[in-house]
Design a protein around this ligand. Structure first.
Ligand code: SAM
Length: 279
């Protein structure tokens, strides 16, 4: 008989592909917990079969979290409950932070079991600066909202990490090339699985490569910080302005390109007026 776990909430990272990446400690906690709160119990059932345990599960996902959270928090005083998502680290573009917040507010023990996360794994593959990075999760699917979100990030002196799906990869890389300018980037796909690959190039090169065919599988995009590539030439700036003007009013277009290139906004505003034939 193994000792029961002390009561509390156990945040358990699980593999993002290769089941061999489950840590021995994670397997131990999943086997000894009273209950596993799982994003999708069918997905986690496969993991539990792999480690040969039948710990009971309950669903905890975006659609039921508000309803079931108080009951879970109430049980934490006397039971060990593990939180898992379908893959990787809970709460990284996955549910869970409100459960931790409420468990903490109620004074319960909270333990984390670190392990795989696609964002960190992709950073280690990309060959881009890792001293400062920003995890930006999934971008909005609509073109304008996506370009606005990218423009907000454009001036950050940090590598940027995004989650993306195959069907949207080409459009997302094209937006990134237009808004962030010429930067080095990497597309990491199916990490730790049979068809793992990491393709590197400038954003333009990657946008061209994925424009026509949508790759299968799960994807992380890592974009290097600004200033890694030479500054854009006049023709490139006009192309960026023309693209921005097709979506935005003049002042906003100038600001978007200023954010992406570091060029003074008033200079770009003047040039945008010329391009619009309004100077
Ligand atoms: N919590 C997870 C983590 O820590 O990585 C992420 C969950 S998020 C809902 C799922 C996204 O993570 C996928 O759409 C993909 O962008 C990325 N992802 C997950 N597994 C991956 C893998 N094996 N290779 C590349 N990207 C992956």
């Amino acid at each position: 008989m193994t000792d029961p776990l002390p009561p509390g909430l156990y945040i358990v990272a699980t593999p993002i592909g290769n089941l061999g990446d489950l840590t021995p400690r994670a397997a131990d906690v999943l086997s000894r917990a009273s209950l596993i709160a799982a994003e999708d119990t069918r997905v986690t059932a496969k993991l539990l079969r792999h480690i040969g345990t039948e710990t009971p599960m309950t669903p905890y996902h975006d659609h039921n979290a508000d309803r079931v959270r108080p009951g879970l928090v109430a049980r934490l005083g006397g039971e060990a409950i593990a939180l898992v998502s379908d893959a990787g680290t809970p709460m990284i573009s996955d549910p869970g932070f409100k459960l931790v917040r409420d468990a903490r507010a109620a004074g319960h023990r909270i333990v984390t079991l670190p392990g795989p996360s696609a964002a960190i794994a992709a950073l280690t593959l990309a060959g881009l600066p890792t001293d400062r990075f920003l995890f930006a999760g999934f971008l909005p699917p609509k073109e304008k909202a996506r370009a606005d979100a990218l423009a907000e990030l454009a001036r950050l002196r940090a590598s940027l990490v995004f989650y993306e799906s195959g069907p949207r990869l080409g459009a997302t890389l094209a937006s990134m090339a237009a808004v962030l300018g010429q930067r080095d980037a990497a597309v990491a796909r199916e990490i730790s699985k049979a068809f793992e690959e990491c393709v590197t190039g400038t954003l333009d090169e990657l946008a061209a490569r994925y424009a026509e065919h949508a790759p299968k599988g799960e994807i992380v995009i890592v974009v290097g910080p600004p200033g890694e590539a030479p500054p854009p030439e006049a023709g490139d700036i006009d192309a960026m302005l023309t693209d921005a003007l097709s979506r935005l009013p003049i002042a906003k277009a100038a600001r978007e390109v200023a954010d992406a290139t570091g060029i003074a906004r008033h200079q770009l505003y003047e040039r945008a007026l010329e391009l619009k034939g309004q100077a």
